[in-house]
Design a protein around this ligand. Structure first.
Ligand SMILES: Nc1nc2c(ncn2[C@@H]2O[C@H](COP(=O)(O)OP(=O)(O)O)[C@@H](O)[C@H]2O)c(=O)[nH]1
Ligand SMILES: [Mg+2]
Length: 201
C-alpha cells in the first residue's frame, strides 16, 4: 500500500500573515488543496494522511471537512516539534509499518498526479527501500526562480519515499527535471512567482 503523508504542521512564519500557510489562498483555493488534488489524481496513492500540529488547527479542520465527504484522507495530529521530529513521530505509527510512505510538503502548488506516479514508478523499479527526489538547479534558472537550498547543483524536492519504520534506510537519489517537484511557497513573493510560472508551464 502507498500512503501519502502530507507535512502541514509548520509555523510558516516567512509568509508574514495570520493565515496558516497550508490555507494561504492561491487562486481562490487553499495552498494545500493543490497537493491533495494531485494525490487524489495519482493512480498509485491508496491513502492520504495529513500531519497537522498545534500550529495548524484550522488546516486540520479543513482536512477533516474533506474527509467527512468520504475521501480516503485523514488527519494525524503531530507535536509540531519540527519537520524531522514530526516525520519520525508519524513514521512510528503502527499502521505505517512496512508500507510505502510518500512524504510531501503542503506547499507545492504545481505538483500533479502524473508526476507523483512517475516518481512512484521509478521507486518501484529501484532495489532500495528509500528514494529522495531532487531537481537540477538549471531548471530553476530557466524559470528565473531562486531556489532556497542548493546541494551540489540539485535542489531537494518536497517529495521523498521511504518505508514506514524509523531506521536508517539505504536511499536512491532520483533527479528529475521538473520544477513542479521543487517550487514551494514560503513567502508572499513566491505567490507572485507562481502566477508567472502558471503563465509559462
Ligand atoms: N507536522 C509538521 N509539519 C511541518 C513542521 N515543520 C514544517 N512542516 C511542514 O513542512 C512543509 C515544509 O515546511 P517549510 O517551512 O516550507 O520548509 P522548507 O520549504 O523546507 O523551507 C510545510 O508544509 C510545513 O507545514 C512540523 O514541525 N510539523
Ligand atoms: Mg517550503
Amino acid at each position: 500500500m502507498v500512503i501519502a503523508l502530507v507535512l502541514a504542521g509548520g509555523r510558516g512564519t516567512r509568509m508574514k500573515v495570520e493565515y496558516e500557510k497550508p490555507l494561504t489562498p492561491v487562486r481562490d483555493k487553499p495552498l494545500i488543496w493543490y497537493v491533495l488534488e494531485a494525490l487524489h489524481d495519482s493512480t498509485q496513492v491508496d491513502r492520504i494522511v495529513v500531519a497537522t500540529s498545534p500550529h495548524t488547527p484550522e488546516t486540520a479542520k479543513f482536512v477533516k471537512k474533506i474527509a467527512s465527504k468520504g475521501s480516503e484522507i485523514s488527519v494525524l495530529d503531530t507535536p509540531g516539534a519540527g519537520y524531522i521530529e514530526d516525520l519520525s513521530y508519524a513514521l512510528s505509527q503502527d499502521d505505517f509499518a512496512n508500507e510505502i510512505i510518500l512524504t510531501i510538503t503542503s506547499d507545492l502548488p504545481l505538483i500533479t498526479g502524473m508526476i507523483i506516479d512517475q516518481v512512484l514508478d521509478e521507486y518501484q523499479k529501484s532495489p532500495k527501500p528509500a528514494m529522495s527526489v531532487m531537481v537540477p538547479v538549471e531548471i530553476f534558472c530557466e524559470h528565473g526562480i531562486k531556489p532556497s537550498l542548493v546541494l551540489e547543483k540539485v535542489v531537494p524536492s518536497g517529495l521523498n519515499i521511504l518505508r514506514g519504520k524509523d531506521t536508517e534506510q539505504d536511499e536512491e537519489v532520483l533527479v528529475l527535471g521538473k520544477i513542479e517537484l521543487a517550487f514551494n511557497i514560503n513567502s508572499p513573493e513566491d505567490i507572485i512567482s507562481l502566477e508567472k510560472l502558471w503563465g509559462t508551464l
